[in-house]
Design a protein around this ligand. Structure first.
Ligand code: SAM
Ligand code: SF4
Length: 336
């Protein structure tokens, strides 16, 4: 078991399979895309599997596949089936923009729900034009088709939306409406001011709550847990699904953070907002033993930062923060 200096148990890994993407969300990816990394810069599938095995021996129990867009990973079906065999690993989930999801799930066939326990799909607006304005691609119907196909296979689907001032605020209630009968949850993620997002303005949770209450009446906090993340959930009368908020800025959750993050080039991080981490690719390729890699990972886990650097500490709101962090990181590199 990996427990850090603050007593937090680290049992959840976000594994970024690639930093490439087929969308260019304004808060995440440069419009012109990325300079492609050479093949050798990216971990091979066998290397990713070895690191996952080691991490699970150390205490990881759940892995979220992310990116960039994880469905761009070649031979993902092979990877998933191998990953599934990893001792101690209890759950694999996926976060995707949904565009390639329909084809991918169809290719997995009836095994799909046993391989992927749940899927989060990024969907920022129900309006095709606003969706395209944010994603810089016209792809709403493709993303929705992927979400519906996953649902038809009984894979729980949550929709994730980043509310952005000047972009999608007028359609947030329409998006929330999809939790009425179609999806397990619609969640609103507060913009984190990193990379391209540093120049954009997100909507704080309080403002979204107010906006939704105007349309649907009172939202009632719901304490039941849904998934592995830090979302806070609310119920709307008559809705089967829930409304979630992931509010790293206005309602920090660092004190209960259970995550490690591994980038596609083998850099392990204990905090999303920190530039500190551990290069695992070099030792992996120069013959390090499992024991040596484990010792290095345990060292990183033990020194997990107390709180993210966007604001000083848990529950310190953006408004009260003396100097919000404006780092150079891109979320496509670390997987959100
Ligand atoms: N491409 C996949 C997707 O969009 O779900 C997986 C990777 S994406 C980086 C993971 C999540 O991070 C998405 O829900 C995305 O909207 C979110 N995200 C990206 N940049 C963000 C930012 N600056 N603040 C908050 N969330 C962000
Ligand atoms: Fe791609 Fe996801 Fe980033 Fe959008 S948020 S550009 S879908 S990685």
């Amino acid at each position: 078991m990996m427990v850090d200096a603050l007593g937090r148990t680290l049992d959840y890994l976000r594994l970024s399979l690639t930093d490439r993407c087929n969308l260019r969300c304004v808060y995440c990816m440069p419009e012109g895309g990325l300079v492609s990394k050479s093949h050798t810069a990216i971990l091979r599938l066998e290397e990713k599997l070895r690191l996952c095995k080691i991490l699970c021996e150390l205490g990881i129990r759940r892995v979220k596949l992310t990116g960039g867009e994880p469905l761009l990973q070649k031979n993902l079906d092979y990877f998933l089936r191998e990953l599934k065999k990893t001792p101690f690993l209890e759950q694999i989930t996926l976060t995707s923009n949904g565009l390639l999801l329909g084809d991918f799930l169809t290719s997995l066939g009836p095994e799909a729900p046993s391989l992927i326990a749940a899927i989060n799909i990024s969907l920022n607006s129900t309006d095709a034009e606003l969706y395209a304005k944010m994603a810089r691609r016209e792809a709403l119907s493709q993303a929705l088709a992927g979400a519906h196909l996953a649902k038809s296979l009984n894979i729980p689907v949550k929709l994730n939306c980043v509310p952005l001032r000047g972009y999608n605020e007028a359609t947030l209630a329409d998006l929330a409406q999809l939790a009425e009968s179609q999806f397990e949850a619609v969640r609103f993620i507060e913009l984190m001011p990193m990379g391209l997002a540093a120049h954009l303005e997100g909507l704080p949770m309080a403002e979204i709550l107010e906006l939704l209450e105007k349309r649907f009446g009172p939202l009632v906090e719901d304490n039941s847990k849904l998934g592995n993340g830090p979302a806070v959930y609310y119920k709307i009368a008559g809705f089967k699904g829930k409304i979630g908020f992931i509010s790293a800025m206005s309602h920090g959750f660092c004190s209960s953070c259970n995550r490690l993050r591994l980038s596609s080039d083998g850099f392990l991080k204990a905090c999303l907002a920190s530039d500190q981490g551990l290069d695992l690719k070099s030792p992996l390729r120069s013959g390090a033993s499992d024991q040596e890699l484990k010792a290095a990972i345990e060292g990183l886990a033990a020194s997990k930062p107390m709180a993210h650097a966007f604001v000083g500490s848990d529950n310190q709101s953006l408004e009260n923060s003396p100097q919000p962090y404006r780092g150079p990181l891109g979320m496509y590199r670390i997987g959100g």
